[in-house]
Design a protein around this ligand. Structure first.
Ligand code: SF4
Ligand code: SF4
Length: 204
């Protein structure tokens, strides 16, 4: 298995020949998952609530008992609703973390994670770039700590749900987490991370 990379490492991921290919924005079904920070950014930049985005831009799927959001695909070419006719992303500056990551993946091990390049994911030739520069996320350190916390929080809850086997408890927990982290509007005049800490504090 290839060695995991950190955001300080270089990786061959920058497809400078992109030019509206848009292949990674079509036919993705429910796989472009959204985390709470993605929701915060969509609310902030589009000026819309979760409820207004739901079923138009965002769908919900079940993942090991949790109900979590993803970007919707629609139309004849089953494309992300943010993909423009020119093959360009209409929300490039505040696109979700999954979109920024592509064609990188994250592998989680020992309560931490590292990056790897998904072989053959991008059909165009890619050049080497530092991962933190490629992701273009301000405060990469705090972002990575948040991503790790969110991932392991979800994983721990999923383990509890699986162990409980109690359908009523699973549904109640899933809806509570959906509401706390996604459907309850964020204050977009305040930074995201303190709000995330407030929301997750009762659970840890
Ligand atoms: S598949 Fe590769 S070249 Fe095409 S839009 Fe996505 S990242 Fe760019
Ligand atoms: S948000 Fe932008 S980059 Fe992400 S799938 Fe949609 S069009 Fe593509």
């Amino acid at each position: 298995m290839a060695k995991l990379l950190t955001s300080r490492d270089l990786a061959r991921v920058s497809c400078s020949s992109c030019e509206g290919c848009g292949e990674c924005c079509r036919g993705m079904d429910d796989t472009i998952h959204l985390d709470p920070y993605d929701l915060y950014k969509l609310e902030k930049h589009l000026g819309k609530s979760f409820d207004e985005l739901f079923d138009v831009r965002i769908g919900l799927h079940v993942e090991d008992g949790l109900v979590l959001p993803h970007l919707l695909m629609s139309g004849d070419n089953v494309a992300c609703t943010f993909l423009g006719p020119d093959g360009r992303c209409g929300i490039h500056d505040f696109r979700p973390g999954f979109c920024r990551l592509f064609p990188l993946g994250r592998r989680y091990e020992d309560r931490s994670f590292g990056y790897f390049v998904v072989d053959g994911a991008c059909p165009r030739p890619c050049t080497k770039v530092k991962i933190s520069k490629y992701l273009e996320i301000p405060g990469i350190g705090i972002y990575e700590r948040y991503i790790n916390t969110w991932h392991y929080f979800c994983r721990d809850v999923q383990d509890q749900l699986r162990a409980s086997g109690d359908e009523e408890f699973i549904q109640r927990t899933a809806l509570r987490i959906l509401e706390i982290f996604f459907t309850a509007p964020y204050d977009t005049d305040r930074p995201f991370y303190p709000q995330f800490e407030e929301r997750i504090a009762p659970f840890i």
